[in-house]
Design a protein around this ligand. Structure first.
Ligand code: G4P
Length: 532
């Protein structure tokens, strides 16, 4: 049976996992794919990561530091839903990249380590979700180890995130004494059993039993404890409300042990039943502000990430395109709002371990579009070319460096390389109005290192990155064009253009920006810029 594009979109769940390093994101990802039947063997995600690290010597940094710089997407089906899991890079320096990835997600799963609760990186990523009203399901992981008291964990979510936490399940014990969790809505119990085989090998099994069969898995004292705690939870914790979750005020909480495959199915079931299908996106259509929902007939979507060299043998780039509406078919011609045309002949879908050619895609899906630099982060694509989506920002860099080739004859070559990286969104490039400097900007130091490494290995350029005479960059705008031009003229020595030609004010420090701002109240100095 062929479903309408709208019905296809409605069964998509496009989500990201946010967590502090080591909370168990990789393990959970593997087990979600396993539960979804996308991979046969847990460990495949990590193995693939390692294989990639050894085969792609272009990214030495990735190997040296043992971190994954690239984010990707994994698609799998479970029940009647298609799940698109967006992988957010874990390193804190990559907040800009992570932020953009989250613009493509409709919801998030927050993984907490049951012994540690909310950690700094969780908090940071949570703030990004809040900014974009992304609803969050909480998965409290590692219950097979000694955990904090569940009430304390829920309280911490409420206190630190100002998010009301509603447990859908209640755990009994933790560590050696972990027995499983009670489904607070049905009264059933999801068991966690340790089974020692005849050969002494230990395995873990889980199943659902009725609330009156608890004696099978725990002693009387434990039964009493569970009854008391579950009663108390029902009394003091807020009851789950879907609307409140979807508006970002409440988080449903599931407990589990990703390593032992426990609570993963329950998490998937919660995502399937509760997480929002693709939402309408703010957009300008034919110059008019509005929204595009999945009921829109035309194929539309936006590029939220560009990745180079996924295949080290080819100098291709993959643009990650998040579909918003329509039925995409392989071979379609799509247009950007800036008038570029693109025949999409070999779009890629990312199945658990492989890339495959996508013949069709719908709202909520992410496809990779190979291209040689035609597409940029923030580009919208549509059949008509009249659509531009809002909300994929550039951030004011916190580190600025002057880039200079050791061989002055290679200046043009270097500019081209830096422009390429800026188009990918790796770093930003500013060109001062006066002189021939190239100023690169990044939100974090690691971004600068990634850039330096890539310029050296891919472009074979010997480049010096020196301290720049400026430390702060702000985009400027004004309602009155004449005033903006007058300001730019008067401050030419501090003015630069970004990759799109938008005016940027470069300053020594924030104090300097504040001072100039006070003197020029008609000019707006902003820390983020969205593609117009
Ligand atoms: P991350 O992607 O969030 O950084 O975390 P990752 O999944 O790599 O997990 C970090 C460590 O925590 C790993 O151990 C992993 O095995 C362990 N872990 C994840 N989930 C659970 C869980 O539910 N229970 C327990 N007990 N441990 C869990 P490691 O020793 O650092 O790595 P490895 O040698 O096991 O691969």
């Amino acid at each position: 049976m062929t479903l309408s594009p709208e019905a296809e979109a409605a069964r998509r769940r496009t989500f990201a996992i946010i967590s502090h390093p080591d909370a168990g994101k990789t393990t959970l990802t593997e087990n979600l794919l396993l539960a979804g039947g996308a991979i046969r063997l847990a460990g495949a995600v990590r193995a693939r990561g390692e294989r990639r690290r050894t085969t792609s010597d272009w990214m030495k940094i990735e190997r040296d530091r043992g971190i994954s710089v690239s984010a990707s997407v994994m698609t799998f089906e479970y029940d009647d839903c298609v799940f698109n899991l967006l992988d957010t890079p874990g390193h804190e320096d990559f907040s800009e990249d992570t932020y953009r990835t989250l613009t493509a997600a409709d919801s998030a799963v927050m993984v907490l380590d049951a012994a540690k609760g909310i950690e700094p990186q969780t908090l940071k990523l949570f703030e990004v979700c809040r900014l974009r009203d992304i609803p969050i399901i909480t998965y409290i992981n590692k219950m097979d180890r000694e955990a904090q008291d569940p009430f304390a964990l829920l309280d911490e979510i409420e206190q630190k995130l100002a998010l009301s936490a509603s447990p859908l399940y209640w755990p009994q014990g933790s560590g050696e004494r972990f027995r499983g969790m009670k489904d607070l809505r049905t009264g059933e119990f999801v068991t966690y059993r340790r089974i020692v085989g005849a050969d002494g090998a230990v395995t873990f099994a889980t199943d659902r039993i009725g609330g009156n069969a608890l004696a099978e898995v725990m002693d009387e004292a434990e039964q009493e404890e569970l009854a008391g705690q579950a009663d108390m939870a029902a009394g003091v914790c807020p009851a789950y409300e879907r609307q409140s979750y979807r508006e970002g005020h409440m988080t449903p909480v599931v407990f589990g042990s990703a390593l032992r495959h426990f609570g993963v199915k329950e998490l998937l079931d919660t995502l399937r039943a509760e997480a929002p299908p693709p939402r309408a996106q703010k957009a300008t259509v034919k110059g008019q502000p509005g929204e595009i929902g999945t009921d829109n007939k035309e194929v539309t979507g936006f590029v939220f990430k560009i990745q180079a060299n996924m295949d080290p043998n080819h100098r291709d780039r993959i643009a990650f395109f998040r579909m918003v509406s329509g039925r995409f078919q392989r071979g379609m011609r799509l247009k950007t709002a800036q008038g570029k045309q693109l025949g999409v002949t070999s779009p890629v879908m990312f199945l658990a371990q492989d890339r495959e050619i996508a013949d069709e895609a719908f709202g909520g899906d992410v496809i990779g579009i190979p291209n040689h630099g035609a597409l940029r982060v923030g580009d919208a694509l549509s059949e008509s070319g009249t659509v531009q989506f809002a909300g994929i920002p550039n951030f004011a860099p916190e580190i600025l460096r002057r880039a200079r080739p050791k061989d002055p004859m290679k200046s043009k070559h270097l500019r081209k390389a830096l422009e390429g990286l800026a188009e990918e969104g790796v770093t930003q490039l500013f060109t001062p109005e006066i002189g021939a400097d190239m100023i690169v900007g990044a939100v974090g130091q690691l971004q600068i290192e990634v850039m330096a490494e890539r310029v050296a290995t891919e472009n074979n350029l010997d480049v010096l990155f020196e301290p720049a005479p400026y430390n702060v960059a702000r985009w400027i705008s004004a309602d009155d064009r004449a005033k903006l031009e007058a300001f730019a003229e008067k401050n030419r020595a501090s003015m630069a253009k970004d990759l799109d030609g938008a005016p940027v004010y470069l300053a020594k420090n924030t104090w300097d920006v504040g001072y100039v701002q006070d003197k020029n109240p008609d000019i707006r100095f902003t820390k983020t810029k969205e593609r117009a």
